[in-house]
Design a protein around this ligand. Sequence first.
Ligand code: PHE
Length: 494
Amino acid sequence: MKQERAKWGSNLGFILAAIGSAVGLGNIWGFPYKMGKSGGFTFLLIYLVLAIFVGFVVMLSELALGRKTGMGVVGAYRAISKKFSWVGWLGVIAPFLLLCFYVVLGGYCLEYAVINVTELFTNATPMTGAESFSGMLSNPLRSMGYTFVFTLINYFIVRGGIQGGIEKFSNIGMPALFVMLVVIIIRSLTLPGAIEGVKFMFVPGYAVSAGFIAQEPDFINVLSTAGGQMFFSLSLAMGAMVTYGSYLEKKENLVKNSVLIVFADTLVALMAGLAVIPAAVSIGLQQGIAVGDIKLSGANLLFVTLQDVFVSMGKMGAVFGIVFYVLVLIAAISSVISLVEVVVTMFMDQAHAKGKKGNRSKIVVCVCLAFFAVSLVVAADGLGSNGLWIPFRELSAQVAADGTVTYPAITGCWLDFLDCWAEGVAMPLGALLMSLMIGWEIKPKTLLEEINLGSNISWIGGFYTVCIKFIVPVAMVFILLGQVSDFFGLHLFG
Ligand code: PHE
């Protein structure tokens, strides 16, 4: 018996869920500081060009692939290609690896929301950001507890199904996130010295001249950082968009939807920058730190610097703190549920292929338990601060002439270890292979038929064909090399 596939309740519901998947820690955490680190405005320009010619095209391809085959990522590749049928597996392994650490970060956000609630309702002297942060990292059991609660929230949402869980959450969560972000932006921009942060983001060359970074990074580096960031931020090559697309009605316009998702994700990334960077610069100046020495990257930005901003504002700060960390929490949840759904859909598809209905609740429990088990190790490691053993660590040690030993990102801590394989290898490799499959094996017209079902935009055929055959593969090779070089410390581009 053929099983009826679940569908989104409305196109808006789909759009909000897809934007929810895209908008996550990558926007709020990664984008602002990568933009700064890579020379601000130049990065933004490259990011936008890549988003149009690569991000949009891959997004459109994934949605079309999912909707055409009516299956999640493993089934979709198997149905459409002979040579590349195995690529679908990359699309479930990568999100699984990503889940193993993303839920720990989600747990951190939850913990910070709780810290701010406590500060609002008790009269104890608030801890500084650094104290909260080190207290959190060095308490593995507490981190594991928060990871558990965070996982549980996601479990309940995904168990509710496409319409009853994911869509419902996104319909409320996404508008709420937007409003909260506007509140934080207004607060951030009205802090003393905030303008320095705005200049850091938008004035060409300012990051260097003000001393935030030592020198303008070279073009290839900016290209690969921007490309990697864009891919991660748009939830591409992780099976998420194929999966979400597979639940979409044939009448919906894939081109318009893709444009909207890419646009909204980029907008939120820029807004997050305006919420985070000026506040971070302002508190640095207040603490007497020289402009160039203010730390705008890494975990510190979100969990130390920003917490200091809130603490410095007294009780009202705790309110803003709650708004901010709940906002990040919503962003993290809406991304995690899409990742869980990728794996869940694969198992549901398998059951359907055998003519069975598939027990969604049971599948969701098993999937959640599997990544939760690995996430406990990541939580225990506390971003490396608890010194857990990491595979290949000794092998990867790099000894400098003066005897100092450093480790590349991949063996820096458990989180980075998993991230390197997911974001550094599987993601760009998956996208490269997908573009080769569409461009050269099954041919662009196979997907264009699907794309044109709900839209009649005349230029899309030519644009899509050129991009997917030539531009996307070339860009992906650079992004792949850049990511691998970066994560594995190979210094391929200087
Ligand atoms: N796009 C999410 C972020 O920016 C991460 C993500 C990647 C989610 C891939 C789902 C799939 O944080």
